[in-house]
Write a protein that binds this ligand. Structure first.
Ligand code: GLN
Length: 465
């Protein structure tokens, strides 16, 4: 009964507009009916087709972060939570939620993709030096010149493309800002943008902020291949862009040359742009990474986005960039100028040092990650999961259904509380959560001992249902 009430409130809060006083009543009700709740995008109509998902939600974790932390006194009236319509269906990100739960339950965090080891000394030293050298005032809006040049050199080495560091490269606060600047700077309200589900959570939220209309193509296991005919029929005269992520988070899929060629010819034929998120390009294990921009005729219609965080185990530095021809750079720079204006100056200097790392750095990085991947993948197989092949990224997706739980949320809850390991439920990465209910994502960007301990815990405590 209680869960039904809470669900009704969530539905209403997520889908309708209320006067503040009405919202206030609901927010009070929410606070009094749920204690340890996992917020998901479930508070929207889409979940009407996902009843078991909602039933589970009523028993899961905390909304504290969203509601009550400012005031522990349940008696004192709180103002209602407020959010603009463009963001009202989104909740605290799943990564934040799962990392908080990891801390709360003392569980091993194989959820959020951040290394539990530090970035390289030479890069940290370069940041300290830059600060000491007084490189501490605003950077040039589109990037410290040395960093723009280094990014251009790396892009040439990786793709063979020669770009103008001054006119075609924009340094941003992580790839997430590159994505936001690209979408806000180049997409008009009502434009259609094609996404491949499962997709990284910021894509949908940012497209929603831009007023874009999302067309979603689902990549299905075991190989998450692009359903070309579905893609062809999703393209209309209103399609402005395809947002593509290779290597792909969360599945580890890498788009094949054949798939990229087909997408490229569809884009050229229909005058569609590509926004390519390639942040895992240096974590390509089973095949060669191919940049969409490097395919014939594609550079002039592609924005390539990347960052420092994954490759240099410095996810907290938030240095990213967007590479695009001048006519597309114009729009994204306009957005960047008013989103953040410029990015941390000393970190940009250090990023330039990082990107000048010798090839041996990347070889070693890959070797280390392949060893980690082996530990996790073999371990998960031994535990009894159905593990889908991951060619790149530091993620692997598995089917949890051998263990008999209803869906990914229920399974992740069980895994945290009873086993002491955190994974990410993948239903949050789909427009229709049903499509991800059998899948969960693990990361292997943790030291080997942590990965082994997590596997041992699962071997010991997980029993097939
Ligand atoms: N990219 C990271 C992941 O997929 C998370 C980033 C974030 O927490 N927003 O796990």
């Amino acid at each position: 009964m209680q869960s039904q009430c809470t669900w009704t409130c969530c539905q209403m809060l997520g889908c309708l507009s209320f006067k503040p006083s009405t919202l206030f009543a609901f927010s009070k009700h929410l606070r009094s009916t749920s204690s340890d709740r996992l917020w998901t995008r479930g508070c929207s109509l889409r979940v009407a087709n996902y009843p078991s998902f909602m039933a589970t939600l009523s028993t899961v974790s905390t909304e504290k972060d969203a509601v009550s932390s400012q005031n522990d006194s349940a008696q004192k009236p709180q103002p209602p939570l407020q959010v603009a319509k463009r963001l009202e269906k989104f909740k605290t990100t799943i990564f934040t939620q799962m990392s908080s739960l990891a801390i709360k339950h003392g569980a091993i965090n194989l959820g959020q993709g951040f290394p539990n080891f530090d970035g390289p000394e030479f890069v940290k030293e370069a940041a300290i030096q830059a600060i000491k050298d007084g490189k501490n005032q605003y950077a040039r809006g589109y990037g410290v010149p040395e960093l723009n040049s280094t990014i251009a050199s790396r892009f040439k080495k990786d793709t063979g493309l020669v770009v103008d560091p001054e006119k075609e490269i924009t340094v941003t606060s992580g790839c997430t800002e590159a994505i936001a600047a690209t979408i806000l700077g180049l997409i008009n309200p009502g434009d259609e943008v094609i996404l491949f589900a499962p997709f990284y959570d910021s894509y949908e939220a940012t497209l929603s902020m831009a007023g874009a209309k999302i067309r979603c193509i689902t990549l299905r296991p075991p190989d998450f291949a692009v359903p070309i005919n579905e893609l062809k029929s999703a393209i209309t005269e209103n399609t402005r862009a395809i947002l593509l992520n290779t290597p792909h988070n969360p599945t580890g899929k890498m788009f094949t040359r054949e798939e990229l060629n087909t997408i490229a010819s569809l884009c050229i034929e229909n005058d569609v742009l590509v926004f390519a998120d390639e942040v895992y390009d240096k974590l390509a294990f089973e095949m060669e990474h191919i940049s969409m921009a490097s395919l014939p005729g594609m550079y002039e219609r592609t924005v390539t986005m990347n960052s420092l965080g994954k490759t240099f185990s410095l996810t907290g530095w938030k240095i990213g960039w967007a590479i695009a021809p001048p006519h597309l750079t114009w729009g994204l720079r306009q957005a960047h100028a008013f989103l953040t204006f410029a990015t941390s100056t000393p970190m940009q200097w250090a990023a330039a040092t990082a990107l000048n790392a010798p090839d041996s750095y990347y070889i070693e990085l890959k070797r280390d990650y392949m060893a980690k991947k082996e530990i996790l993948v073999e371990g998960l197989k031994a535990v009894g999961f159905k593990v889908f092949p991951s060619s790149g990224t530091y993620f692997v997706v598995v089917d949890h259904t051998p263990f008999g739980l209803d869906n990914d949320i229920a399974f992740c809850e069980y895994l945290i509380k009873e086993v002491g390991v955190v994974a990410i439920p993948t239903s949050v990465f789909y427009l229709n959560p049903e499509e991800g209910k059998n899948l969960i994502r693990f990361t292997f960007c943790k030291d080997e001992e942590t990965l082994r301990t997590a596997v041992e815990r699962m071997k010991e405590k997980l029993r097939r249902g």
